[in-house]
Design a protein around this ligand. Structure first.
Ligand code: ZN
Length: 391
């Protein structure tokens, strides 16, 4: 059997006052997703264990079979993998944001949306002036990386977008090795303050923020775990990094952007086109999460309806026989503008082979969570259970 798994990132939500206490998912017109539900299996799955940050890295890795309690890879390492930067067990890699800080307050986590060219110039300067066991890597815009030649640094960091408007000295890295990171940040900030390149280019970023600590890990490939040849469709770095970690291919799709303007339909078309070559295709859509972070329920409803119309409908209309799995990685409620750790509802539908629905739900929504016909407590066991439905 072949599978297409659709992950609308951050899809599920909480009641929104302006929507008469309905959620964006309840409000959206999603006839094709509802068709999958009415003719398929449903239930709830806990993608992130208790006391874990519900990040997209942890949640998606868990859905692809990696137990987050056993494997701690971290955002920095996943982004490095997606850019083909190698890390070994003797190194720790972190995300480096160029940010703007004023009077000790984090005022912009994107450093005035610094351009890649300018970020590259600053990265070059950091590499020149901070030597010995540190290497800085340019990425896209404010998103960069730094690799430190120290094995498994014991640190806990916070993302800069979580401390906007707050005093940075109250949110500096913690943990036994915190001073290593704080030292690099202070050194880099001094360089930025004195940088003539920064001054002449009128770059608003005046500091760096290190977070998303990442480590080299060993884990079985997706193929070894499930015996299926897998590929991923996503515009997002960490999802591509997850693919590399699990030795899945990344399918290049034109017109996908990782935001509202993504070409939804192409994701479905390229999945269909590649179904001969792969047994399992993972389509990740960022727009729903983005809308959640913006606190924009209208945009979220629009994104959900586009997923229904342009992805699910396209997959349903195709001749090919395969199964569809649909669920978010975690909720991103517009009310909180960030992720929360809560179970999510899933759908498993099989084209061409009727499954006996295990429920009476007519519409796909958070309502399923109140009385899920099936509850999967550990996200990393989810796919095994789904694949077993077929045997
Ligand atoms: Zn998010």
């Amino acid at each position: 059997m072949k599978y297409v798994m659709i992950i609308p990132d951050g899809l599920t939500d909480l009641a929104v006052k302006e929507l008469k206490n309905k959620t964006p998912l309840e409000k959206a017109y999603i006839p094709h997703i509802n068709f999958l539900l009415q003719n398929g299996l449903t239930g709830a799955v806990r993608t992130v264990p208790d006391h874990h940050e519900p990040g997209s890295d942890v949640a998606n890795l868990s859905l692809l079979g990696v137990d987050p309690r056993k494997v701690r890879i971290g955002r920095g390492a996943l982004e490095a993998l997606s850019q083909n930067i190698r890390i070994n067990k003797q190194e720790t890699i972190l995300r480096l944001n160029f940010v703007t800080v004023k009077d000790d307050i984090m005022i912009d986590n994107t450093g005035g949306d610094i351009k890649s060219l300018e970020a590259r110039g600053l990265i070059r300067e950091l590499n020149r002036k901070i030597g010995q066991g540190k290497k800085f890597y340019p990425g896209v815009g404010y998103r960069n990386l730094v690799k430190i030649s120290r094995a498994g640094l014991n640190i806990h960091t916070v993302p800069p977008h979580d401390i906007l408007g707050k005093k940075i000295h109250q949110h500096l890295p913690e943990g036994k090795d915190r001073n290593v990171i704080i030292g690099i940040m202070e050194q880099a900030n001094r360089i930025l303050t004195q940088s003539s390149f920064r001054r002449t280019r009128k770059i608003k970023a005046n500091a760096v923020w290190l977070w998303g600590e990442g480590y080299a890990v060993d884990t079985d490939s997706f193929y070894k775990k499930y015996g299926l040849k897998g590929a991923v469709i996503s515009a997002v770095d960490i999802i591509k990094g997850i693919a590399r970690l699990l030795k899945m291919d990344v399918i290049d799709v034109p017109g996908i952007t990782g935001d509202f303007h993504t070409c939804y339909r192409n994701k479905a078309l390229y999945a269909l086109r590649n179904l001969k070559k792969y047994d399992f295709i993972f389509i990740h859509i960022e727009a729903t999460d983005e809308a959640g972070h913006k606190g924009d329920y209208k945009e979220k409803i629009k994104a959900i309806e586009k997923i229904d119309r342009e992805i699910v409908r396209t997959l349903l209309k195709a001749q090919e026989k395969f199964s569809i799995i649909l669920l978010p990685d975690h909720p991103t409620p517009v009310k909180y503008r960030t992720h929360i750790n809560k179970e999510v509802p899933f759908i498993f539908y099989s084209k061409g082979k009727a499954l006996c629905p295990n429920h009476h739900f007519k519409t796909y929504s958070e309502n399923i969570l109140k009385r899920p016909p099936l509850f999967i407590k550990e996200g990393h066991t989810f796919l095994k259970k789904i694949f077993n439905q077929r045997s």
